[in-house]
Design a protein around this ligand. Structure first.
Ligand code: GAP
Length: 491
C-alpha cells in the first residue's frame, strides 16, 4: 500500500463482543447465514447458508479438497452415506463412549456440561492467582476418568468447590449423568430397536469401513490417504456462539494410513501442512492460530493436537489432528469378522495400518474466516464495513459497475458481466451512487470492482478499484478476465 492509500483508509478498533453481534447481523442482512426455519421461530443451533454463504462455503470446501486430493497423488476422495449399519458405531466405540457428562440445575431447569463447569472453574482459579487450589482441582478432575464412578467424582468436585452456573449463579445441582451425543432414527416401517440407525457423529467411519474398497479400486499403497467432506450430527446440549457449535455441521476429514512405527513422523508432517493451509491458502492471520496439545485423549487416540482460532468469544478449536493408532481398523476387523490387514507387496509384511487423521469443521472455519476478515474503517472520510477476505475465499470475485445504466455504458458493462461470469462469480450493480455500490461490495468482501465510465467508451479501459486500499487504476477491458485469474492465483 502506498502512503497516499494509507491516508485514504483508516482502520477502526472494535471490541470483540461487538464484532460477534455485528457479524451475525451482517451474515443475515447480506445473505451469508440465516437462522433455520426462521418463520417458525427457528430451531436451536441450526442455520441455513444463504446465496453468498453457500458460495463462500463451497470455495472453502473446494480449497480443502484441492489441497488434499489434487495436490497429493496418494490421497483420494470419497462421499460415504450418512447412515450406516449400526454395528459400525458399536465397533467405533461411539455407542458406549461418545458421551458428555451433563448436570442439571433443579431451580432453573437448565442443563450444563459438568466437565466445562470444572474446566472454567480451574481457569478462574488460575486467573485469580489461586494456583495451588487450581492444581489440586485439576488433579482430581483428570483422575476422574480412572475412578469407579467418574460421574460421582465430577459431582463431588462441583459441589465441594461450590461451582455455580455461569449464566444464573445458581448451584442446585442434580447428580452427573452421561448423555450420548448420537441422534437415533428408525429405519423401516416398524419403530423397534431392530430398526435403529444413527446419524453419523463423524465422517471418519465411512472412510475406515471403505479402507479395502478404496485401496483395491484405486490401487493405493501405504502410506495413502482418503479424504471426505460431509455432514455430521451431534446432539449437543450446550449450544451457542452462532455457527460455532451446531447439531448439524460439516466436517472435512482425511485419514492417512501408515505403517505402524511411522505414525509420529506422519503426524508431525500433517501438523505442519495443516497450519500452513490456513495461512497460505485461506489468508488467516498466523497470530490468531494456536496449537493445543490434548492431555485428555479421546478413546481412539494416542496423540492429539487442536488448531485453535482466536474467535471474538475466545480461543477455540477449528481442527483436530489425531493419531488414531490401529484402533478403528482393528475394531472393524473384530466386529465385522473381515480381515483389515494390509499386505506390503514388496516385503510381504502384514499389518493393520495406523492412522493419522486431520479433521476440520467447515462451519467453524467459515466463522473464523468471517471474524478474521471483519473490519470497520474510514475511507476518504466515510465510514465503511469491509470483509477483508482472501480473493480465493470471497464469494463474489468482482463487481461490474456502469457509471450510467442506460446507453452504451450499460451495454458495455452488461457484456463484460456476461463474459466474466463464464469463469467467475461476478455481480452487476447499477443502482445508487458509485460510492454506495463500492460500500455494498466491500461489505461482502468483493476484492475488485470494475467501473465502466466515459473513458471506457473512448479508449476501452475500465477502472479497477481495490477493496483493501480503495486505490484505483485503469486496465484494458479485454484484460479483466486475465487480471482476475492472475489475482486469484496469486492470492
Ligand atoms: N473424526 C474426529 C472428530 O470428529 P472432533 O474434534 O470431534 O474430531 C472435528 O471434530 C472438528 O469438527 C472440530 O475441530 C470442529 O471444527 C468440528 N465440530 C465438531 N463438533 C462440532 C459442532 N457441534 N459444531 C460445529 N463443528 C463441530
Amino acid at each position: 500500500m502506498s502512503n497516499s492509500d494509507q491516508a485514504r483508509v483508516q482502520e477502526q478498533n472494535l471490541s470483540p463482543d461487538k464484532v460477534m453481534h455485528k457479524l451475525v447481523s451482517l451474515a443475515k442482512r447480506r445473505g451469508f447465514i440465516f437462522p433455520s426455519s426462521e418463520i417458525y421461530g427457528g430451531l436451536s443451533s441450526c442455520f441455513d447458508y444463504g446465496p453468498l454463504g453457500s458460495e463462500m462455503k463451497k470455495n472453502v470446501k473446494d480449497l480443502w479438497w484441492t489441497s488434499m486430493t489434487r495436490r497429493h497423488q496418494n490421497i483420494v476422495g470419497i462421499d460415504a452415506s450418512i447412515m450406516m449399519n449400526p454395528t459400525v458405531w458399536e465397533a467405533s466405540g461411539h455407542v458406549a463412549s461418545f458421551n458428555d457428562p451433563m448436570i442439571d440445575d433443579r431451580t432453573t431447569k437448565r442443563r450444563y456440561r459438568a466437565d466445562h463447569l470444572i474446566e472454567n472453574h480451574i481457569g478462574k482459579l488460575v486467573r485469580d492467582g489461586k494456583e495451588s487450589q487450581a492444581a489440586a482441582v485439576k488433579v482430581a478432575y483428570e483422575a476422574a476418568a480412572g475412578t469407579d464412578d467418574p460421574n460421582r467424582t465430577l459431582y463431588e468436585i462441583i459441589t465441594t468447590e461450590g461451582i455455580k452456573a455461569p449464566d444464573t449463579g445458581s448451584g442446585d445441582w442434580t447428580e452427573v449423568r452421561q448423555f450420548n451425543l448420537m441422534f437415533q432414527c428408525n429405519m423401516g416401517a416398524v419403530a423397534d430397536s431392530a430398526g435403529i440407525v444413527y446419524l453419523r457423529p463423524e465422517t471418519a467411519q465411512g472412510i475406515f469401513v471403505n479402507f479395502h474398497n478404496v485401496r483395491e479400486s484405486s490401487r493405493m499403497k501405504v502410506p495413502f490417504g482418503i479424504a471426505q467432506i460431509g455432514k455430521a450430527f451431534r446432539n449437543e446440549i450446550v449450544k451457542g456462539n452462532f455457527i460455532f457449535r451446531m447439531v448439524e455441521f460439516e466436517q472435512m476429514e482425511m485419514q492417512y494410513f501408515v505403517k505402524p512405527g511411522t505414525q509420529t513422523e506422519a503426524f508431525e508432517a500433517w501438523r505442519e501442512e495443516r497450519i500452513n493451509w490456513y495461512t497460505e491458502s485461506l489468508g488467516i492471520s498466523r497470530g490468531k492460530l494456536h496449537w493445543y496439545k490434548h492431555d485428555k485423549l479421546a478413546h481412539y487416540a494416542d496423540l492429539a493436537y487442536d488448531i485453535k482460532f482466536e474467535f471474538p468469544f475466545g480461543i477455540e478449536e477449528i481442527e483436530g489432528i489425531h493419531s488414531r493408532t490401529d484402533f478403528d481398523l482393528s475394531q472393524h476387523q473384530q466386529y465385522s469378522g473381515k480381515n483389515m490387514e494390509y499386505i506390503d507387496q514388496t516385503t510381504n509384511e502384514r499389518y493393520i495400518p495406523y492412522v493419522v487423521e486431520t479433521s476440520a469443521g467447515a462451519d467453524r472455519l467459515f466463522l473464523a474466516l468471517l471474524s478474521d476478515a471483519y473490519r470497520e474503517d474510514v475511507v476518504d472520510g466515510e465510514p465503511r464495513v469491509m470483509l477483508k477476505l482472501s480473493p480465493k475465499v470471497a464469494p463474489v470475485k468482482a463487481a461490474i459497475l456502469p457509471l450510467m445504466k442506460k446507453g452504451e455504458m450499460g451495454e458495455r458493462a452488461d457484456r463484460l458481466c456476461s463474459e466474466l461470469s463464464q469463469n467467475f462469480l461476478v455481480q452487476y450493480d447499477d443502482a445508487a451512487s458509485i460510492g454506495k455500490r463500492y460500500r455494498r461490495q466491500d461489505e461482502i468482501g468483493t476484492p475488485f470492482c470494475f467501473t465502466v465510465d466515459h473513458q471506457t467508451l473512448e479508449d476501452g479501459t475500465v477502472t479497477v478499484r481495490y477493496r483493501d486500499t480503495a486505490a484505483q487504476e485503469r486496465i484494458d477491458i479485454s484484460k479483466t478476465s486475465e487480471f482476475l485469474a492472475t489475482s486469484l492465483m496469486k492470492a
